[in-house]
Design a protein around this ligand. Structure first.
Ligand code: FES
Length: 194
């Protein structure tokens, strides 16, 4: 580009009121310290979407048998919502405790279980709650390549190409609040590039 062309572009940009500074990310919340740290014991859970986005999720917000709610962890001390990494998004679903296998029940709170919302195949977000292809129950389903996970059995893969189960997040109910009781169990994220 010649000097005169560069000058004329600059003049045009200034005349149009165009900022030449690098754009700032819009989501200031994501820049806060701790926003991209993985969920920690003691974190609370807030809605990650919908009309209640950012509000605390209480046990009574969940319907027995689903569908799952999508959530972010929230540091109760700093009030930072850990939405700085997509790997922190969580699915929460309330099930009949009698349907859960022993290991799943051990991490559940009153039948409420939580898993990473990121598919273990190629890392798409899991968006569907539908009747399983090979089991007669609702399952967590990734629509990218149709992997299905059974939340009653520790999100074991029950259909599709995913190589492993979803990471599980232990829960507890403390003083009436749904609370994270430990770190993710298992690897979070996809096993191969999308
Ligand atoms: S990324 Fe979910 S099935 Fe492939």
């Amino acid at each position: 580009m010649s000097d005169s062309t560069r000058r004329s572009l600059l003049v045009t940009a200034l005349a149009a009121g165009v900022s030449l500074a690098a754009p700032r990310p819009a989501a200031a919340e994501d820049d806060q310290p701790g926003a991209d740290e993985r969920p920690k014991k003691g974190d609370l859970l807030v809605f990650s979407e919908g009309e209640h986005e950012g509000s605390l999720i209480k046990p009574g917000d969940l319907d027995l048998g689903g569908p799952p709610l999508h959530a972010w962890p929230k540091d109760p001390t700093s009030s930072v919502i850990r939405s700085g990494s997509r790997l922190n998004e969580i699915l929460i679903v309330k099930l009949d405790p009698g349907e859960l296998d022993d290991a799943t029940r051990a991490h559940a709170a009153d039948g409420i279980v939580a898993y990473s919302a990121i598919c273990a195949h190629a890392g798409c977000p899991i968006t569907a709650w539908v009747k399983g292809s090979e089991i007669d129950k609702d399952v967590l389903k990734c629509m990218c390549h149709n992997s299905e996970y059974d939340p009653r059995q520790g999100a074991e893969v029950v259909f599709g190409p995913a190589p492993r189960r979803l990471a599980a997040l232990p829960l507890a109910i403390i003083d009436g609040s749904l609370t994270i009781a430990g770190s993710f169990i298992g690897k979070v994220g996809g096993a191969q590039p999308g």
